[in-house]
Design a protein around this ligand. Structure first.
Ligand SMILES: [Zn+2]
Length: 238
């Protein structure tokens, strides 16, 4: 049976290692989520721009037909104006003709500016598609990283956890409870002495206590300053 200090030291090493593994994964899952959100947003943006472009091209393709239709209607109204029976009818037709002319001017103006508009939209679209591709690349990198890390970590974590369970069974309930309690304050609950100091908080440990720690490997000694469990510097750690 190994002395208590050795067991606690190993437990502390295992916990530190588990913490580290957890920390490694730490931001990655969140980063993957963030990347997914970015890809989604950028996809929507590019789609919106693509839609604008399609509408613009459709307008350009149809503009001459719309203009011809307006011209035909205008001719029709002009003819009708000669056959009116009163002022009211004349005014009504005049209004129709005016609104047709407005519509025609609007279409002509839009036609005139559509080439510049198309250039702008295409430029924006190219940039948005590039941004999207960048985001997709980053996402797939992060996903890959997370996958690799998790699968490697899973095996390591499993073996550390099972060793921890084994170890917990060999440590008496009281010191184990002390250890767990200290771990709620300090991630490293058991630390070695270093140059006669607690290596957790770096405060000096009295020489008499160091001698006691060396001579009583089955007793629990706490740092008077930070409350961590102390074990000798040269003790063999697993
Ligand atoms: Zn300390």
């Amino acid at each position: 049976m190994q002395p208590l200090m050795t067991l606690l030291a190993e437990l502390s090493t295992i916990d530190a290692h588990l913490d580290e593994l957890q920390e490694d994964l730490g931001d990655l899952p969140k980063e993957v989520k963030d990347c997914e959100r970015t890809v989604k947003t950028r996809t929507a943006l590019a789609e919106e721009t693509q839609q604008l472009l399609s509408e613009l091209l459709a307008f350009r393709a149809n503009a001459h037909i719309m203009l011809q239709e307006i011209k035909d209607k205008e001719a029709q109204y002009t003819e009708q104006q000669f056959q009116v029976r009163n002022n009211r009818e004349f005014d009504a037709i005049t209004k129709e003709i005016e609104s047709l002319r407005e519509e025609r001017n609007r279409i002509i103006e839009e036609q005139r500016t559509s080439a510049v508009k198309e250039d702008n939209i295409r430029q924006i679209l190219t940039q948005q598609q590039q941004d999207l591709a960048d985001a997709q690349e980053l996402l797939s990198d992060k996903e890959k990283e997370l996958d690799e890390l998790s699968s490697g970590h899973n095996n390591e974590m499993k073996s550390l956890m099972s060793r921890r369970v084994e170890l917990s069974k060999t440590i008496d309930a009281l010191p184990l409870a002390d250890y767990e309690r200290i771990r709620t304050f300090h991630l490293e609950a058991a630390v070695p002495l270093r140059k006669n100091c607690c290596s957790g908080c770096f405060s000096a440990v009295p020489a008499q206590k160091i001698v006691e720690i060396r001579n009583n490997p089955n007793k629990l000694f706490l740092c008077e300053h930070c409350g961590r469990i102390l074990f000798p510097e040269d003790m063999k750690q697993v």
